[in-house]
Design a binder for this molecule. Sequence first.
Ligand code: FAD
Length: 495
Amino acid sequence: MESNYDVIIAGASNSGGMAACAAAEKGAKVLLIDKMGDSKYLYRSSIAAVNSNAQKKAGIKIDKAKLINFLTLFAQSNVDQRLLWKWVNNSAETVNWLEDNILKPNGGHIMAQPDAGYETLINTAFPVENVIANADDTDWAHYGSWVINKAQELGVTLQYNTKLEDLITDDEGKVIGIVASDRQSGQKTKYYANKGVIICTGGYGGNKSLMAKWNPFGLKKNVYSDGPRDDGSGILAGLRVGAARDEEPAETIFDRGGVKVGTNAEDHYVVDYRGFGYFWLGSYPFLKVNLQGERFGNESEPYQFDINSAAKQPGYLEAVIWNEEIMNHLEQFHTLGCSRLNWPGIYDTEGAKAEVQRRLDDGTAQKADSIEKLAAKLQLPERNLVRSVERYNQLCQNKEDSDFGKEPYRMFPIEKGPYYGIILGGRLLATLDGLRINTNMQVIDKKGNAIPHLYAAGNASGGFFWGSYPDRVPGLACSRAQTFGRLAGKNAADN
Ligand SMILES: Cc1cc2nc3c(=O)[nH]c(=O)nc-3n(C[C@H](O)[C@H](O)[C@H](O)COP(=O)(O)OP(=O)(O)OC[C@H]3O[C@@H](n4cnc5c(N)ncnc54)[C@H](O)[C@@H]3O)c2cc1C
């Protein structure tokens, strides 16, 4: 196996695949490694962009300054605004490249999603979503293999089952290569890069001890991590050569983590990709109560906010309460992003009902013919739950949520049985804090100086998010990864 390259990229997912194609298009000799045997399924279908060709065709126009102000406000300015502008000015080029070079030659295309929420401040959204679609407009074209094929067509050497262990530096601190290990044999090999190394290894949500160190509250709020590969190894390699790191955590969490009654959220953190207890309807603004059976807020809020507020309640969990009838009116809730019903969302009504049945079968959801019996099954105080449901139904009849201000069209009474309930915690999709970078995607040290020939992109990099994920800008995580991956690839190849 050849050991000398121009550019070496660790991590072959959204940021790494795009970095590899961009560097190879510039004529660089590229090695792309990934510690696992495959990375194709990690390419996501919802990608944000600002004024992409597909958006222009759909008549969508987004005000860049307004969007950046929103993202800055959302993060209370705990971000590098220069990186936000870098993204906003380059996201369309990335999505257009993806559509022209990856999707169209394989029969796919991008569908811009014009729908966005405006009704309340907390749900105000931007129509930035570009959905990767198949030729027949069905959602979720599996384009990861197309990206990987394209990289190989461009001459990239792809090596799976190869893990970045360490970076090699010269006497001046310039990064000149990597030490990588073979997944099966454990054997370590040195590979050299004369133009640059790009860390695209994702976050650290699958590494419980790093979570305990860098995001301890995340361990309490989340009952699952859907990113088992995210061991933080690329971030750690960067730190060992003097990189700076975000000092506060950022994360993207779904309110879809169904757990069995009696689960202790503090101890429960299942790291897996198989979606145990997955409860998509958790993102619907049904009645939600705490473990004391009391309603505690407006359920009509972004995915992660729901979990943030539940995490401020005793036991860090909430219970979702609904009935059969509500499931026949899901379109009425008009949720956005990846909880949207039907096109281009994931499920339709039948799919949602089937998922409820799966949760009943695996013992996470509960069903009963009275609220009293449901309370018993969920181990919630019966009197409180009955009162909460009665009060909620009253508010629904009044068509005004004078307790918490939910939009009237999202208020649906829980009148006739059968009744359902599930205990819910967070699903950590990914951590979003990482190695500090400048606008050239170069990793910087604590003084702000670039570490020569070291780049990072995607969830291994930082400065872009803080705290919760702004899911009102749907597809931003993937778009940051792909846009910055592409820029890192180009910049490294230019050295
Ligand atoms: C179920 C799910 C759905 C999602 N849907 C969306 C969506 O629709 N839109 C959106 O914007 N975001 C979505 N996200 C988030 C999005 O997937 C991530 O933000 C994005 O994948 C980050 O890309 P990345 O390239 O930085 O890292 P990752 O996709 O995490 O990939 C990192 C890669 O590096 C490899 N790796 C790790 N360590 C090493 C090492 N030491 N050496 C070599 N290789 C290594 C891993 O095996 C992996 O292949 C979703 C997340 C999940 C879990």
